[in-house]
Structure formats: structure tokens, C-alpha cells
Design a protein. Structure first.
Length: 424
């Protein structure tokens, strides 16, 4: 696969597409895109951004994309017409596994702020500035907060962040460094969301929570556009996606729909099975999927080292579950021990330092291959949603790495993690 030389992204030359309307994902109601919108006023359904795809297809060929600068704005015709707030997000590498011939890792840790959250918040902040909004607020498990803080700083906007008090230290440090107003909450992301909801009107904040505004999906859908382009305008058999709020899974499904309507996919390319991965300590989606339900129940006592998966109930759970079933996919829960074992395995045998959420996906691949859900011949793309370096404090504690106060490395005690002795 040829990779073009990186080119600078001149935002003055970026021109998106006028939004035709917003569409409610529940009732189908159309709303104007001339003003900022949150959710459907009738049923609180998340909103889709809709474009005139026939007009886009008539003026743009997929072959034109390859010569453009390597950022998510190379797909500008499938994004809103606004001046981008950009830090160089998107076009992350897709790397073949050295041990499995049909397995690819899409490494989202190469994004600004070290995670896939840069994509969604890039679009959310771009459109917030476009609409003249000044104050943004977000509840976050960590990485979304860091992304909002960075893009808000770049746009000259206020950012108000609510995170659980036990988020990875990197998340707290980066948000503080970017100048955000940070509140640490003794609770989960659901408690953070409640606090934002209680204060946003009085404080004049615009809530950019997951699926409570329409543009984070637009940023995340570029992951699906990139996978198609990087594989030669075809889709893999299966996509593995660590699922907290699930915006990326939802966004990719939207991307596949738009690619089909544009006629950009190679003949015979069909949509992949979508696999949602959660943690055993917080698994509302696998539970609802197994029970045949259309929505999930809030998970009680949520706990896992993968902070991005510690989401007791996704706002768009009804969309996620529908996608899993329509794609003949599945949902699976992975233990923290399995995550750690897979993380060490991929670090030592492939040179990937996966985040815990990404390691949950690689562990899920092994389990579904062993179960027969996957065949060795299936072409699979696994999303590593962030760099493991953002979880250094969490991972070091989990695998027993210690350091003495006088600077001399302390000898760590051996610990067996899923058949692997660690640390070495």
C-alpha cells in the first residue's frame, strides 16, 4: 500500500459541504442546521448530519482524495462547511500484524492528544466556533477531556471539564496545561454528565457530551472513511471497536452508508461485522445484546482499568445495538486480566504499546477466533483507540512496577497475568 508524502494542511483551502439538515435518529424529524442543535426536541434522539450526497458524487471522484494533505480534512466534502480548528488529526496508520496475516491495527494513538477523541472534538469545536459559541462543557472519562481542552485552546474558547477523580494522571495534566476549568468528581462519567446537565443553562455552557451534539459523530466517521481508503476502497470482514459511548462505531457505520451512496466502494465490498468490546466490570452493551434488548440498563458498580470503557450506559445504546445486529456482529466483555495479558503480549511480540481499551479489543479477537465466531481467513481491523503512554500510572500500578525514592530501581515482584509473567 503506497503512502503519500505528508503535505501541510492549508485550512484556507478547506471547503466542506453545506449541511442539508439534521435528522433525528429515533423519529426521523428534520431540524435546521442554521442554528446549533443538541438532540431532537420530540424524543431526545441523537441527530445525524445529512448532506446532498448525489451532488457530492457528481462533482467528486474518490481518486481525487489520495493527492490531498494527510488529515481528516481530505474528506472535506463529507464534512460541514466551516473553517477548521485543526491540530493535524486523522490519517492514522493501519499496520499489519506480524503474526496474523489478515489482521490490521488502526493506531489512533497517533492523533493529537494521543487518542481517537481528537477526531470528534476537532469537529465539535470547529462547529462551535462556526456557530459563535464561547463556552463548552464536557463530562469525560479522560481522553475526550484532553481533546476538548486542546481544541478549545486552539479556537480561543472556554472549556469546562468534569472527570472522575481517578482518571489517568495524563488526562488531568493535559487539561490543566491547556487552561481548562477542571472539576474532579467522586464518581463515574454518568455523575459528571449529571453535573454538566444541572449547571449548563445557568453557566451558559454548550454541552458537547457524547451524542448530545451532532458533530462528534462526523469527526469519528472519518475512521471508517480512512479504513476504506487504506484498504483500496473496500471494507474488511470485521471491525473490532472498544465501546464506551460508541461514537466511533456509530460514526463508521454512517461512513459506510455514505460511501455506498457515493458509489466509492469496490464492487462486491460489503459492510463488515461490527464487534463492540467492553469490560467485564462494565458491560451494559454485551448484556443487552445477549438478552435481545434494544437498549441497555445502567451498569451498577462499574469498574475497570480501561477508563474509556467505564461508561455505565451509553446515550446512543439503541443505535449501537441496532448496528451490531444489522451487521451480524456481536458484543463481548473482557476482564482486566485479559486486557493486561494482551497488552503485554502485543508490546513484547509486535512492538505495540496498546491502551487498555485497545488491548481489550486484541484480547477479544483471540477469544472470538477460538470460539469460531471468526475464521483465520477473515480480514479484521482492530482499533487501538489511544496510546498506552497516556495510561502509564494505571498500567504501572496494574502490573506491579515500583520505583524507590532514591532513584534506584526497585526489583518488582513477579506477577502472572494471563499466562505471562510480568513485569520483566
Amino acid at each position: 500500500m503506497a503512502v503519500s508524502r505528508a503535505q501541510p494542511c492549508d485550512t484556507k483551502q478547506v471547503s466542506g459541504t453545506r449541511i442539508a439538515y439534521f435528522e433525528c435518529s429515533k423519529c426521523g424529524q428534520h431540524l435546521s442546521a442554521d442554528i446549533p442543535q443538541t438532540v431532537c426536541p420530540k424524543d431526545a434522539g441523537s441527530l445525524w448530519v445529512r448532506y446532498d450526497l448525489k451532488a457530492i458524487a457528481s462533482r467528486l471522484k474518490r481518486e481525487e482524495i489520495g493527492a490531498r494533505p494527510r488529515s481528516l480534512w481530505r474528506y472535506r466534502e463529507l464534512l460541514p462547511d466551516a473553517v477548521p480548528v485543526t491540530l493535524g488529526e486523522g490519517c492514522t496508520p493501519i499496520i499489519a500484524s506480524q503474526r496474523r496475516s489478515k489482521l490490521w491495527i488502526k493506531d489512533e494513538g497517533a492523533n493529537p492528544t494521543g487518542s481517537f477523541k481528537a477526531r470528534g472534538l476537532c469537529l465539535a469545536v470547529t462547529m462551535a466556533r462556526h456557530y459563535g459559541l464561547k463556552k463548552l462543557a464536557i463530562p469525560s472519562a479522560g481522553n475526550a477531556a484532553g481533546a476538548l481542552a486542546a481544541y478549545a485552546a486552539a479556537a480561543g474558547l472556554e472549556s469546562h471539564i468534569f472527570m472522575p477523580k481517578d482518571v489517568p494522571e495524563a488526562n488531568l495534566v493535559e487539561c490543566t496545561a491547556y487552561g481548562s476549568d477542571v472539576t474532579l468528581v467522586d464518581g463515574l462519567i454518568s455523575d459528571c454528565a449529571r453535573m454538566v446537565g444541572e449547571r449548563r443553562q445557568a453557566e451558559g455552557w454548550f454541552d458537547v457530551s457524547t451524542l448530545k451534539e451532532p458533530f462528534r459523530v462526523e469527526g469519528k466517521k472519518t475512521m471508517g472513511l480512512e479504513v476504506a481508503e487504506q484498504l483500496g476502497w473496500r471494507l474488511p470482514d470485521v471491525v473490532f471497536y472498544p465501546t464506551g459511548g460508541g461514537v466511533g462505531l456509530i460514526g463508521m457505520w454512517k461512513a459506510f452508508d455514505e460511501l455506498e451512496q457515493l458509489g466509492w466502494l469496490e464492487t462486491g465490498s460489503k459492510r463488515p461485522k461490527m464487534v463492540a468490546i467492553q469490560a467485564e466490570g462494565c458491560a451494559p452493551i454485551p448484556k443487552a445484546f445477549e438478552e435481545g434488548k434494544g437498549v441497555s440498563e445502567a451498569w451498577k458498580g462499574a469498574h475497570t482499568i480501561a477508563s474509556g470503557l467505564r461508561v455505565p450506559k451509553a446515550y446512543g445504546d439503541y443505535i449501537i445495538l441496532d448496528i451490531l445486529r444489522r451487521s451480524a456482529g456481536t458484543a463481548i466483555a473482557i476482564s482486566d486480566e485479559e486486557m493486561l495479558a494482551s497488552m503485554l503480549d502485543w508490546a513484547r511480540n509486535e512492538g505495540f504499546f496498546l491502551c487498555p481499551e485497545g488491548a481489550a479489543a486484541t484480547a477479544a479477537y483471540d477469544k472470538l477466533l477460538a470460539s469460531g465466531f471468526l475464521k483465520p481467513s477473515d480480514e479484521v481491523v482492530i482499533f487501538n483507540t489511544g496510546t498506552g503512554l497516556k495510561y502509564i500510572d494505571v498500567i504501572s500500578q496494574a502490573i506491579g512496577i515500583t520505583r524507590s525514592t532514591n532513584g534506584t530501581p526497585a526489583k518488582p515482584s513477579e506477577r502472572r497475568i494471563g499466562g505471562i509473567i510480568g513485569p520483566y
